[in-house]
Every structure is written in structure tokens, then in C-alpha cells.
Design a protein around this ligand. Structure first.
Ligand code: GLV
Length: 352
């Protein structure tokens, strides 16, 4: 194993040096002027902590429950497409890193690895399957049905990509996915490698409605609705059968200038937090960000780009190190905040 950076920030810097312009743009960019991309990070940074002293923090406990299951900590890998653009280890590498750290792994519909390959790949961890509903519903129905058979525990329905956001550096570069790169979900659709990133996302159905969630929720797996920014939409999600929601703006990649997730989270927790699990993603870069999210009522916290940087820099080992560093930072932050049990985190730890 090569030398890995000692700090989380070092992974991003190293990955930016290593990646070709096209894949780097795909991973790093946000939509439009990248206001939301930036503000996601800033909104967590802006929150101020009011730590408690002398409460005895020699034993820390990061455990929680998510979708009714006990979990060693609140982290989950965010769904991300085309992980082989980062490293040949691809999805299997991140899934094994997730398994080594007790982290649920989310396989994207637009992964380079099939459900079968993942299930057979020796990554013994909770697996979630991210669903993009295609115009060709037969493809989606088959993937959803197969997910239960392959041991996936939940579906993550992405609701904020009816059309793809304008990622300006992607457009400028006109990068095309390698023609020989496998995208199992697109096989048979005359789509996939050899086309631009935006074109590969155009198979998604812009006509998706709440009634479609109901159909999905009638199936065997719980459905987590990802991409909710308003309390009334969180309520709709419950009314149409969702088991959980992820407060998310797709990492700032869709509609620019939407509110950052740290700001969207509290009103949604107020509306539905007593009824279903509320998760959050977007701009999570440090243990303090995770601590703040949980203090504001998030039960799970999805991590995206930092894991791609880890995968880029060191494959499975790099992604694992990023997860370990985040968990170490969360543990240290709980100690310093005087709230040694994650499940005891309360909003009063925030000063504003
Ligand atoms: C796909 O979901 C993307 O954001 O590129």
C-alpha cells in the first residue's frame, strides 16, 4: 500500500492532481455558478458549537439505529455513478472499504458494477440500491426486483434529477465516457460508454411523480427518498410510503442556488423527524460536520466526494482510510464537545 495522506484534506488535493480533466470535472463540479456546491460546505462550517466541559468522555459511543437496524455509526456512502473513473477498484473498492468500517454502501443505478458483481464481491456490508427511474420502466422494474434478490436492504430513490443540471465545466470539456467502460444498467438501451456524461443521464424519466413512489414502496424493500429540501415534500414522501428521506441537493449538482442542506435539515426534522428517519448529505467534510448534522436531528449522514477522493488516491485502501479518518474525527469531536454518546447529541450543542 502506497503512502496515504495523513489528513482528509490531503486526499482531495492528491486526487485533484491525479485525475484527468474529464473525470475530475465530473466529480468536482456543481451546477451553474456552483453557489450551492460551495454553500453546502460553508453552511456546516458556519454553525458554531457550544461544548460541555467535565462530563467524563473517556468512553465514546458512535452507535445509532438506521431504518430500525443498529449501526456502529451514522455514516453511509452516498450513491455515486461511474466509480471506475476514479480507480480500477471502482464500486467494489468502496464497498469493501465500507464493509471494513461498518458503513452501509449505496450502489448507484449508473454504477460500473452490477448488483450481482457487488453481491459476489465479498463486501459483507449493508447494501442499498440507488434507483433512477428510466423512461424505459422495464429496465428499472428489473433492477428493483433484482435488488431484493441480491440482498440489498433498501432502495434510495433519487427525486432531484428529472433532467440533469448544467455542470458547466463538463459541458466545456465535452468529456465522453470511455466506450469500453461497463455500465450494466444501460446495456440494451443503446446508451452508456462513448457518450457525454449528460447524455448518459438522459435515460432518466422526467415524468416521475409521487404516485411512482407509491408503486416502489409497495415492493419488498423500504424506500428512502433522496433529494428533499422542503418540509411539505418530506410530508408527501411519508404519505406515499417512504421509509426515510435524505435531505439533499445532489451535492450542488442540480439546481444551483438552492438552499444548503444544513439549512434545509431543521425544518424537515421538525415536520417528519418523529415519524421517519431523516438523513442528510452535501458538504460533509469533517467529523464536526457529522456531529452538527446529528445534533440537528439527522439519523444518518451520507458522504460523497471525500470517498471518491479516497478511492482515486488509494483505491479500496484510500477509501477506507477516508472513512476511518472521518470516524476518528467524529469520535474526537464528540469528546471535545462533551457529548460522548452520539445518540445523546442535542441541538443545544449548537450556539446559534
Ligand atoms: C448523477 O447522479 C450525477 O449527479 O452526475
Amino acid at each position: 500500500v502506497e503512502d496515504l495522506p495523513p489528513l482528509l484534506t490531503g486526499f482531495e488535493a492528491a486526487a485533484r492532481e491525479r485525475l484527468e480533466p474529464g473525470p475530475l470535472s465530473y466529480y468536482a463540479s456543481g451546477a451553474g455558478a456552483e453557489i450551492t456546491l460551495r454553500e453546502n460546505v460553508e453552511a456546516w462550517e458556519r454553525l458554531r458549537l457550544a461544548p460541555r466541559m467535565l462530563v467524563g468522555v473517556e468512553t465514546r459511543d458512535l452507535s445509532t439505529t438506521l431504518l430500525g437496524r443498529p449501526r456502529p455509526h451514522p455514516l453511509v456512502t452516498a450513491p455515486m455513478a461511474f466509480m471506475r473513473l476514479a480507480h480500477p477498484d471502482g464500486e467494489l473498492g468502496l464497498a469493501r472499504a465500507a464493509a471494513a468500517t461498518g458503513t452501509p454502501f449505496t450502489l448507484a443505478t449508473l454504477a460500473n458494477t452490477s448488483q450481482e458483481q457487488l453481491a459476489a464481491g465479498g463486501a459483507e456490508t449493508s447494501r442499498w440500491f440507488q434507483v433512477y427511474v428510466f423512461r424505459d420502466r422495464g429496465v428499472t422494474d428489473a433492477l428493483v426486483e433484482a435488488a431484493a434478490e441480491h440482498g440489498f436492504e433498501a432502495l434510495v430513490l433519487t427525486v432531484d434529477l428529472p433532467v440533469v443540471g448544467l455542470r458547466e465545466t463538463d459541458v466545456t470539456l465535452g468529456y465522453e465516457l470511455p466506450a469500453d467502460m461497463p455500465i450494466p444498467a444501460l446495456e440494451g438501451l443503446n446508451a452508456g460508454g462513448g457518450q457525454t456524461l449528460a447524455a448518459s443521464l438522459s435515460v432518466i424519466d422526467p415524468g416521475l411523480r409521487w404516485s411512482d413512489l407509491e408503486l416502489l414502496a409497495d415492493g419488498p424493500l423500504p424506500v428512502i427518498v433522496k433529494g428533499v429540501l422542503r418540509p411539505d415534500d418530506a410530508r408527501h414522501a411519508i404519505d406515499h410510503g417512504a421509509a426515510a428521506v435524505v435531505v439533499s441537493n445532489h451535492g450542488g449538482r442540480q439546481l444551483d442556488t438552492v438552499l444548503p442542506t444544513a439549512d434545509a435539515l431543521p425544518p424537515i426534522v421538525d415536520e417528519v423527524g418523529g415519524e421517519i428517519d431523516v438523513l442528510v448529505d452535501g458538504g460533509i467534510r469533517r467529523g464536526t460536520d457529522v456531529l452538527k448534522a446529528v445534533a440537528l436531528g439527522a439519523r444518518g449522514v451520507l458522504v460523497g466526494r471525500p470517498l471518491l477522493w479516497g478511492l482515486t488516491v488509494g483505491g479500496e485502501a484510500g477509501a477506507r482510510r477516508v472513512l476511518e479518518l472521518l470516524l476518528e474525527d467524529l469520535d474526537r469531536s464528540l469528546a471535545l464537545a462533551g457529548s460522548p454518546r452520539l445518540s445523546d447529541l442535542v441541538e443545544s450543542l449548537l450556539a446559534n
